[in-house]
Design a protein around this ligand. Structure first.
Ligand SMILES: [Fe+2]
Length: 273
């Protein structure tokens, strides 16, 4: 199975620049590249921060842009999104009984579980941080139990990582510590979770957590600087990317595509030196 992973598109109202970048132009360039190279992908997942300020016009432009992709597109929300406006723009995306944008979808390689890590009441916490309260945890436990009973392997998709990645500015705004602890404890009860995909960091990172492999990737919009010394956000114009994930029964392979690269492609035996 081939899966396309996009993240942090941060769309604005069409034409409005963000940190010196046109987010819609970036997304359209990624879509053109995917259409040319990966039209055979089974699914495309976008792990949140679909828009930067959550305007209805930004969601409308996202919806219009995504129509060009030939495969089903499954969008999650992130801390920059507005849940109500997202749901209005994407009424076909399911929500759980509590209204969180959480659902499952079976694929040719297993069950994809999409999680909503966005704060439910911004007056009760920090908007940029991630939350996964007891209600959402209960929903996830049910999905994990059912998938275990069904003997299907599970792939998790979420915006915020439930752990730090060693970049202090981002480690302040992952899933808050109490929720991350209970989330981790729940996952430890299961052995059929094959991979955790997330966004939020705007950098290519991979590793494992509690024995579960994870990966995230550059945004299609602005990137985060790799600065282990500063405790403040630093954005950059490093290359954007999207993920090409190849999944077989025994392997998950994550490629990151620099879709704006326009330099040479040449044979090693060529005289291009
Ligand atoms: Fe983001």
């Amino acid at each position: 199975m081939k899966l396309i992973h996009l993240t942090d598109t941060h769309l604005t109202t069409p034409g409005r620049m963000l940190y010196g970048i046109n987010p819609l132009a970036r997304l359209n360039a990624a879509i053109d590249h995917i259409r040319a190279q990966h039209a055979d992908a089974e699914l495309c997942v976008i792990t949140g921060d679909l828009t930067h300020w959550g305007e209805a016009a930004a969601y409308a432009s996202l919806r219009e842009a995504l129509r060009a992709l030939p495969m089903p597109v499954l969008p999650l929300i992130g801390n920059h999104d507005n849940r109500d406006r997202f749901c209005a723009a994407f009424p076909d995306v399911p929500c759980d009984e509590a209204g969180f944008v959480q659902w499952i979808r079976d694929s040719s390689v297993g069950r994809f579980i999409f999680l909503d890590t966005v704060i439910s009441d911004v007056s009760q916490g920090r908007k940029s941080a991630g939350y996964f309260d007891s209600g959402r945890l209960k929903w996830l436990r049910k999905q994990l139990d059912v998938s275990k009973t069904d003997a299907v392997q599970v792939f998790l998709f979420m915006h915020h990582p439930p752990f730090g990645v060693g970049i202090s500015a981002f480690d302040e705004i992952n899933i808050v510590s109490d929720d991350a602890l209970t989330f981790g404890a729940l996952l430890l009860e299961y052995t059929h979770i094959r991979h955790l995909f997330f966004g939020h960091i705007h950098r290519p990172i991979s590793g494992s957590w509690h024995g579960i492999p994870f990966s995230t990737l550059p945004a299609t919009a602005h990137q985060s600087g790799l600065d282990f010394l500063s405790d403040t956000d630093q954005f950059t114009h490093e290359a954007p990317g999207y993920g090409v994930v190849l999944i077989t029964p025994g392997q998950v392979t994550v490629h990151i595509c620099d879709f704006l690269y326009s330099g040479p492609h040449f044979h090693p035996a060529s005289e291009f030196l």
